[in-house]
Design a protein around this ligand. Sequence first.
Ligand code: HEC
Length: 133
Amino acid sequence: MKRVILVAGALALSAAAFAQAPSGPPPMPPYMMRAAAPAGDRLAPGRDGQSLFEAQCGYCHLAGGMGTNLLTKQQMMAGNPPQKGLLTNREDLTGDYIKTVVRMGKGAMPQQTKVDITDAELDAVAKYLGKAG
Ligand code: HEC
């Protein structure tokens, strides 16, 4: 009888351990979840700046991305809070500056051509991010 209780107890314990074991891989950080580019005419004005930003820039500029990491360091060295490492938290960027950086590249950021992101798409991203005009 004692043995049966012991075995039942051991079984219950291991079942509980299984129930608490995390199943599958951990969730991916935001920058790894590359969003699909929005459908539609890539040359038409009025594109969705937020989804284009997430698709074209997010793998570097969402949380955990290498662009965010590098800009966080730059912002902190300038005495700003680390949250300013995210481009979406910046209030000092103009649309023209953003477009120039994307077309020319800057430091560790590679440039993007009109095939990567059309002028109409870049306009939408610049409008979404460029809170300083
Ligand atoms: C391959 C990674 C990568 C991609 C993709 C990328 N960036 Fe960057 N971006 C960076 C890095 C890294 C920096 C910091 C460059 C440096 O100072 O060395 C940066 C810097 C910038 C800056 C300058 C910020 C400042 O403080 O001067 C802007 C603006 C910017 N990116 C906008 C964009 C936009 C808009 C897109 C999408 C169209 C984009 N980036 C896509 C990596 C990337």
